[in-house]
Design a protein around this ligand. Sequence first.
Ligand SMILES: [Zn+2]
Length: 354
Amino acid sequence: MIHASRRVILGCCLAVLASDWSPMYAQDVFVLGSLRVPPATTASGTLEVSARGSEPGTTIPVTVINGGRPGPVIALIAGVHGQEYAPILALQRLRSALDPRTLTGTVIMVHVANVPSFLGRTIYYSPIDGKNLNRVFPGKADGTISDRIAEVLTREVIARATHVVDMHGGDGNESLRPYVYWTTTGPAGVPEAGQQMALASGFDHVVIDRERPTDPSAAVYLSNTAILQGKPAITVESGFLASTDEASIARLERAVAGWLRLLGMRPDGPSPVEHPIWIDRNEVLRSDVTGIFFPAVERGHTVAKGTLIGHVTDFHGKTLQEIRAPFSGEILYVVLTPPINAGEPVAFVGQPKP
Ligand SMILES: [Zn+2]
């Protein structure tokens, strides 16, 4: 019921700013859901995810910053995981900071992709259907709430974009050092363009992802859905343990400025990173058992093959499993809160390329 009432409230929140559009520009009105956004203006509203059976629907808050001149359409998507706050806060700042009158092309912002998870304060999983939104793409209209959110994002946002960024951070349980995933698979030219986006983000660590699905109907991940449609896309990670710290937010603001410069959407912006640390070999380490996790490392730590990452006990204190580094590398994230279910990640270790 909470979701039903929110839909009514948010559905009418349409604001149009900076409407001094000059007809000398050729950029078209940009349509997103019920929004019709003239050139050189910014507008916000919501995409609707309909109810199905006894399950409520939800809304997805969005902004379109439509530039004065035609150009690329970059979709910036935050809040796929509801406790990854730095991207959500970065987009809210950028909404007012980006001037549509001096922008070429269009920026689509999805402020909170997964409102049920955000308001329900859940990590990984939706409080409604228990699914991880970033494992159900491209989604389906006749599925549960996470499937339906994914379907709306695929149909309304990814379909209208030329470039896509999925913005994440350490979830509420994850102590994470910043990095960007670069996917090496996809149609001709797309991985190369994605690599340029990864470098333009300014992040100093780039995780090379060679193992994404290649079937568009089972893309699984948001960014992979875009890639399999021929659209360059990356996933960035900034923030840790549900933090709202300035550095994690500012890093994302800088990254957006880098992408806008790369794509020619703004004349200014920071330079791409020149010599990033490429993380080729990488592995998510998982617990085999359910219980209480005790980490032995912190984010950014360097580990040797065999270094103890942490151990899991039962609820009475008996050690059930020790998790050790399978190769030398760096801790990209480690779970720092006690609950652990069998099969869940405890850490992500990556080995820098020489
Ligand atoms: Zn995430």
